[in-house]
Design a binder for this molecule. Structure first.
Ligand SMILES: [Zn+2]
Ligand SMILES: [Zn+2]
Length: 113
């Protein structure tokens, strides 16, 4: 059973805070979330941009300054995911809670180097 967010809040102009059911807190930069968009189009872009290397964290072209990227709206998708509508008009990425939780960058979640 994966964790679900208890609260999703705009933390600052550039970041989003998710408080999970288990009390864990994850902070995400909008820029990172946008670059990691899991939709098919972005996956293709990431693949085409590299040759056999790990493509997961590859950046993708975005229509506005990456530091100004922000969601205009965040929509619930059932009980398992949310969808961001970005200010570069991209809105096909569905971010499952499982995916978001894996992206948590806090000290406790970061893979041990
Ligand atoms: Zn996308
Ligand atoms: Zn964490």
């Amino acid at each position: 059973m994966s964790q679900r967010p208890k609260e999703i809040t705009e933390f600052s102009d550039t970041s989003l805070l998710i408080i999970w059911e288990d009390g864990h807190e994850s902070l995400y930069l909008y820029e990172d979330l946008r670059k990691l968009c899991p939709c098919a189009t972005c996956n293709e872009l990431r693949k085409s941009g590299s040759k056999g290397k790990s493509t997961f964290r590859k950046t993708i072209p975005i229509g506005v300054q990456s530091t100004q990227i922000k969601p205009i709206d965040i929509e619930d998708i059932g009980l398992y995911a949310i969808r961001f509508k970005w200010n570069d008009r991209h809105e096909t990425g569905i971010y499952t809670f499982e995916f978001l939780r894996e992206l948590c960058t806090c000290d406790g979640c970061k893979p041990v180097a």
